[in-house]
Design a protein around this ligand. Sequence first.
Ligand code: ATP
Ligand code: MG
Length: 137
Amino acid sequence: IERTLSIIKPDATARNLTGRINAKFEEAGLRIVAQKRIHLTKDQAGEFYAVHRERPFFDELTGFMASGPVVVQVLEGEGAIAKNREVMGATNPAEAAPGTIRAEFAQSVGENSVHGSDAAETAAAEIAYFFAGTEIV
Ligand code: ATP
Ligand code: MG
């Protein structure tokens, strides 16, 4: 059984969408096996998104991720990484399939409501960044 790291981003917590987003995960068969609400510093956001350090949108991205509380969570299920990416929809909400979280809730390519790990190695590293093994049940 696979696990992935999900983040409900500040644009979504600000609009009180945590429950509706979690319902999408659960309806898709993903189980929320760890969850906490935290407020990242810009430095922490930069550490988390270090792969994007050279991108032109890095400053905007880390500023946004530190602009309000986020909900970090571990989702578990068969093929959880790919399934979560499917439920999230494309990065740009204008290109996201109908019914996906980003199609329904995202405001722009930057403020796009959710993050999901993109591969097994990144999922393991991202889960370990936020959670101790004993917090995942
Ligand atoms: P995430 O990693 O958050 O799950 P993703 O894998 O769909 O999203 P990435 O290419 O990894 O997309 O980009 C990481 C995040 O950076 C995006 O989710 C978005 O918030 C932001 N981002 C990506 N492209 C742009 C852009 N052109 N302008 C502003 N922000 C962007
Ligand atoms: Mg990504």
